[in-house]
Structure formats: structure tokens, C-alpha cells
Design a protein around this ligand. Structure first.
Ligand SMILES: Cc1cc2nc3c(=O)[nH]c(=O)nc-3n(C[C@H](O)[C@H](O)[C@H](O)COP(=O)(O)O)c2cc1C
Length: 433
């Protein structure tokens, strides 16, 4: 299905289009709700805007933040989000997604610590408060590419993701999984020493923990039943928890609640034909993470950026033309967030996929938070293009149409190429590089 690229001049035009598509979005021009602070496990986020984790592929070979990493995070901190969800940081060298993905270890923990100190200082100076900073600890699994060459570590064979079937040597054994779980002990320890407020046991976008949630066809203790499919994630939590010393340090997850495809089933995908969303298992998992590990918030996302990128980040332009209007993608995400937030009203839900709406994305964020559909609006691509939108939005209620992300996919293309990522349209430092 072809659609016309983003052309809406007014909020009413956006409303009319969503109505035509048979859906609705909560859009509000009153941004007051975004200014309410949020308590997270003894930390205070001073507004309801988060910057989502965005891998920059600009770390040093040793996994430390590089000069471009520092630049990105100081820009982010200066912009004043209540939360900075720091990008995917590998738990082991062999599970890095690129030769320049960050990897925290004994040898570079001080470099992370200095960056965090600087971020807090910059934000305090500019905004009068420091952001809550959460590190995303990752095992890239199927998408591991530690030296720039694919080195997939897969939970099970998944033909829709394998143009050429991968050899069995790519399958991770139960023993491999146990070793990977153990890596979350030093990860949590180092994360505290680096000064992060919390750690995300990443479980999204089809990286290893996320892939296991749909390992219906895997034999043994990590496949088949719900208990087995969630075992790796929970064991990673247990490992991480054993290293938690600081009372105010917390664990959480960025969790995929919907795969958007099936083989033979998908996590969060209704059984039977079609790809309807079914949040029963994700809700059960969120409840258990809260009960067993005391997560103080959950970052909810959907889709697989390699297989169905429009589900994760609705866009207008790209090589892959999806069979849905981007506003339907935005709507799917918002309805999913709302269903979860209403099912767990006292657990803050942090939402994704606001950037497509450009200058109106702040209205969507405000409408979602005001209506109690999520507690925090998380921005990805917009943070690359126009981080200072927060000042404009919270001060004037408006975002500048000439500065917003145009959902061109350029930042994702840089990431896939393994080169430093950022906004190729709005950020001179990136398009110069
Ligand atoms: C260049 C790039 C890097 C990303 N890196 C990460 C990452 O490290 N961890 C993660 O969970 N999501 C990552 N994402 C996904 C974003 O966090 C976000 O979910 C997505 O862009 C949709 O939000 P948006 O519509 O605000 O851009 C990345 C996306 C892009 C484009």
C-alpha cells in the first residue's frame, strides 16, 4: 500500500488522517502534563520526556565512549530530558553488535564514570537538575558483529530472519546461555561503579533475551513453555541482582511486547492467522518482573528493526516499504502502551515511537501522559535531530517544524553500516563525518 509522505500542516489534519484510517491518537496542545516530575526508585525525573537508547557506533575499539559519543551525550544532557536511557552496552566482547559498540569493563569503567559526571554537570548547569541515567546492558545474539563481520548467536532457527539458513554452529547451547547470564553480574557491578542510576536488562528488538521469548521450537530448559522462554531474562535479572549494592540502584527492562511477525508464533502476537497484538504474556512478564525484581518502571517497545522496522520506528522513506500507513504504526504502539499502562496503573510505562509525528510529536507525548496512557514519552530519532526540542516544547508548547526529524532512516543506515550514527539532515557534525 502506498501512502503520501508526511504533509500535515495542522494538528487537525493529523486528526482527520488518523480518523480516516479508523484509529485515533490522544493529541493535546497543553504540555503541562509533561512538566510533572516522576519519582523512580528514589530518583526524580524532572519531566516526562526521556531520550531512548540510541546506539551511536562511535565507541573506541576497547568499548569506551569515543569523542563522538561524548558529544552526543553532552548534547542530550544539555537538552534536559528527565531520563536518559543510555544506549546498548555489550556485556561481553563477543556479543557486541559492532566493532564500535560500547562495552563496559574493568579497563574503561572510569571513562564511563567521567562521561556521566560531565553529563550531570552540564544538565545541572543548563537546566538546574540532573537526568536519571539508565544503562542498557545487551547481548546482541543473532545480530552480534563484534569485529564488523556477522557472528550470529541464535536461540533457534527462524526462517523469516534467515535469507540463507544459518549453520547449526550459530545456535547457542544451554551452557552458553548460562555463561551469558553470568555476565550480568559484572555488568551490574560496573554499571554502579560507573555511576548509572539503573540498569536495563535489554529484552527487545530481537537481540538474545528478546529472541528467547519466542523460542517455541527450541528444545530444553530455554524453549517451549512460557516459563522456559522467559528463563534467560529472569536469570539475567537474578545475576544482576546479586551484584546490586547501592540501595538506590535499580533494574528494569526495555521490553518488546509485540514481535510483529510469527514463526510459528510471535511474542505478543495472537495465535491463529494474522498479526493482531495479544498482550497477555507480556503483561504476565511485566507483573513478574515487578513482583520478583522490583522494577520501578518499564520501557515498552515493539518490532524488529531488521525485519519490520516500521513497527519499531514508523517512517516515510526507506528501502523497505511497509504495508501500512506510518500513523497506523504509531497508533499500534500508542494503543499497546495504553493497554499496558492501564493494566499496571502504578508502574510507570515509558513509551516509544513518537518521532514520526514531527512537530506534533510533543502533542502526542502530552496527550498520552495527560490521558494516563503512559507515564513518560521516550524519543529516539528526534534526540539526534533536534534534542533542544524539549526547551521549545516545554517553554512554548511548540516544536520547530524546520528542525524536526523527518523519519528519513539516515541514522539507522549509519548504524547498519557500522559508522558513527546521528542525524544526517540536521546535524552538521554527522553529515560532515
Ligand atoms: C540509529 C539508531 C540506534 C538505535 N539504538 C538503539 C539501542 O541501542 N537500543 C534500543 O533499545 N533501541 C535502539 N534504537 C531504537 C530507538 O531507541 C527507538 O525505539 C526508535 O528509534 C523509535 O523511536 P522514535 O520514533 O522516537 O525514533 C535505535 C534506533 C536508531 C535509529
Amino acid at each position: 500500500m502506498q501512502h503520501t509522505a508526511f504533509h500535515y500542516k495542522t494538528l487537525d489534519e493529523v486528526r482527520a488522517e488518523t480518523e480516516k484510517l479508523g484509529t485515533e491518537l490522544p493529541l493535546s496542545e497543553n504540555v503541562q502534563a509533561l512538566l510533572t516530575p516522576l519519582e523512580i526508585h528514589g530518583h526524580r525525573a524532572m519531566n516526562r520526556i526521556a531520550f531512548q537508547p540510541m546506539e551511536g557506533t562511535d565507541g573506541t575499539e576497547d568499548g569506551a565512549p569515543g569523542e563522538m559519543t561524548r558529544r552526543r551525550y553532552l548534547r542530550f544532557a544539555s537538552a534536559g530530558p528527565g531520563i536518559i536511557w543510555f544506549e546498548a552496552v555489550a556485556t561481553l566482547p563477543e556479543v557486541r553488535a559492532s566493532a564500535h559498540q560500547l562495552q563496559l569493563h574493568e579497563g574503561n569503567v572510569d571513562a564511563f564514570r567521567s562521561l556521566l559526571d560531565e553529563m550531570r554537570e552540564v544538565s545541572l548547569r543548563k537546566n538546574g537538575y540532573a537526568p536519571v541515567i539508565i544503562m542498557q546492558a545487551t547481548n546482541s545474539g543473532r545480530y552480534a558483529k563484534p569485529t564488523g563481520v556477522p557472528s550470529p548467536r541464535i536461540a533457534y532457527h527462524c526462517p523469516p530472519l534467515e535469507d540463507t539458513p544459518l549453520p547449526d554452529t550459530c545456535l547457542v547451547s544451554d551452557d552458553d546461555l548460562k555463561r551469558y547470564e553470568e555476565a550480568y553480574v559484572p555488568a551490574a557491578d560496573l554499571c554502579q561503579r560507573a555511576g548509572f542510576d539503573g540498569m536495563d536488562v535489554k529484552c527487545c528488538h530481537r537481540y538474545l533475551a528478546c529472541e528467547l521469548l519466542s523460542a517455541y521450537t527450541r528444545e530444553g530448559e530455554y524453549g517451549g513453555s512460557y516459563e522456559n522462554r522467559t528463563r534467560f531474562l529472569k536469570n539475567c535479572y537474578r545475576a544482576a541482582q546479586s551484584a546490586v549494592r547501592d540501595r538506590d540502584f535499580f533494574l528494569t527492562s526495555r521490553l518488546n511486547v509485540y514481535d510483529g511477525f510469527r514463526y510459528p508464533f510471535g511474542f505478543g502476537v495472537r495465535e491463529g492467522a494474522g498479526l493482531a497484538v495479544d498482550l497477555r504474556e507480556p503483561l504476565r512478564l511485566i507483573g513478574e518482573l515487578r513482583e520478583e525484581f522490583g522494577i520501578p518502571l518499564i520501557n515498552v517497545t515493539m518490532g524488529n528493526p531488521y525485519k519490520n522496522p516500521h513497527v519499531n520506528r514508523p517512517y516515510d522513506h526507506g528501502n523497505y516499504v511497509p504495508d501500512e500507513h506510518p500513523l497506523e504504526g504509531v497508533s499500534r504502539m500508542m494503543h499497546g502502551l495504553s493497554e499496558i499502562q492501564h493494566a499496571v496503573p502504578d508502574l510507570p510505562v515509558l513509551g516509544s515511537a513518537f518521532s514520526y509525528l514531527r512537530q506534533w510529536s510533543g502533542c502526542l507525548a502530552a496527550g498520552m501522559v495527560e490521558g494516563g496512557h503512559c507515564a513518560v514519552a521516550g524519543f529516539g530519532r528526534e534526540a539526534f535531530a533536534y534534542p533542544e526540542f524539549i526547551h521549545d516544547l516545554l517553554r512554548t508548547g511548540q516544536m520547530d517544524a524546520k528542525k524536526v526529524c523527518i523519519s528519513c532512516g539516515g541514522c539507522a543506515a549509519l548504524l547498519r553500516a557500522g559508522t558513527p550514527a546521528g542525524c544526517i539532515v540536521r546535524d552538521r557534525e554527522v553529515y560532515r563525518a
